[in-house]
Design a protein around this ligand. Structure first.
Ligand code: B1M
Length: 213
């Protein structure tokens, strides 16, 4: 297979949620020295974007989104050690979670992988994280930055609820709050009183490093 055929195959098989084939092609791409970023940014992410577009048009439904998401997650498991392998020293602690009511985690996991690769110690609280769980984890781990992901317009308001909870607990000044996720914008981040916003995983790493420098 040529590198172009591997990328096309990864795109097509992710789109239809063929997880075993996505895994095979991911491993093949790595054996062919294609580099984890190429597989991710030139095939896997564009494919999920197309899944989202088809869902919006009514051509795909939740089950199709689910199996495509699973196929992507399987590939991420293979790519994780390669993306994170830098040997960088710990630069700070990043507490991360997808907000309450939201189960999307692929984007959050990708941000985590890139942060780990850049030397952050990442504590992942998972998905559907309620405000009190963020508070407890801040008390326990004393992170430099608290990252909150939301992928639905209906769950974005949880940023504000989480920040309010931090204020109520007298902890707002102890942490930098960073927000992100597909529908989030800089304007929205400003409106809810977050300290920072990033549109994607690599921008998150750059901002996070700058924030604690
Ligand atoms: Co859902 N979903 N989904 N979904 N899903 C979206 C997000 C949607 C945009 C699809 C669409 O309509 N085009 C839409 C949201 C519309 C909106 O509100 N604006 C949507 C919907 C509507 C829903 C449901 C409501 C569907 C339903 O039930 N009727 C439902 C909600 C469930 C819930 O959470 N309560 C639902 C369910 C699901 C699945 C479970 C089936 C599955 C999730 C699987 C999983 O995550 N484990 C799923 C999927 C796969 C998607 C799409 C197709 C792909 C998401 C993804 O992984 N993208 C998505 C469409 C799309 O985004 N194009 C969609 C790839 C990922 C690498 O990108 O997630 O954007 P992204 O992450 C980026 C950035 O956002 C940023 O960096 C990441 C990496 O570069 N980032 C941060 C993320 N967090 C950050 C934090 C930061 C900084 C940057 O600082 C802390």
């Amino acid at each position: 297979m040529t590198p172009q055929e591997v990328l096309q195959g990864l795109y097509d098989e992710t789109l239809v949620g063929n997880a075993p084939r996505v895994l095979e092609l991911t491993n093949l791409g790595i054996e062919m020295d294609m580099g984890p970023e190429t597989l991710l940014f030139d095939a896997l992410i564009p494919s999920l974007e197309e899944v989202g577009a088809r869902f919006e048009r009514g051509d795909f439904f939740v089950p199709e989104m689910l199996i495509a998401g699973r196929a992507m997650s399987g590939a991420l498991d293979v790519l994780r050690p390669l993306l994170a392998e830098t040997g960088a020293e710990t630069v700070g602690t990043f507490l991360m979670g997808t907000v309450k009511g939201d189960v999307h985690d692929i984007g959050k996991n990708l941000v985590n992988i890139m942060l780990e690769g850049a030397g952050f110690h990442v504590i992942d609280l998972g998905v559907q994280v309620p405000p009190e769980k963020f508070i407890d984890a801040i008390n326990e781990h004393h992170p430099d930055i608290v990252g909150m992901s939301a992928f639905l317009t209906t769950t974005m308001p949880m940023f504000k609820a989480n920040i309010n909870a931090l204020e109520k607990a007298g902890m707002r000044d102890q942490v930098i709050v960073m927000v992100g996720g597909a529908p989030v914008t800089q304007e929205y981040a400003d409106a809810v009183g977050a300290d920072a916003y990033a549109p994607d995983a690599s921008a998150t790493v750059k901002k996070a490093k700058a924030l604690i420098a």
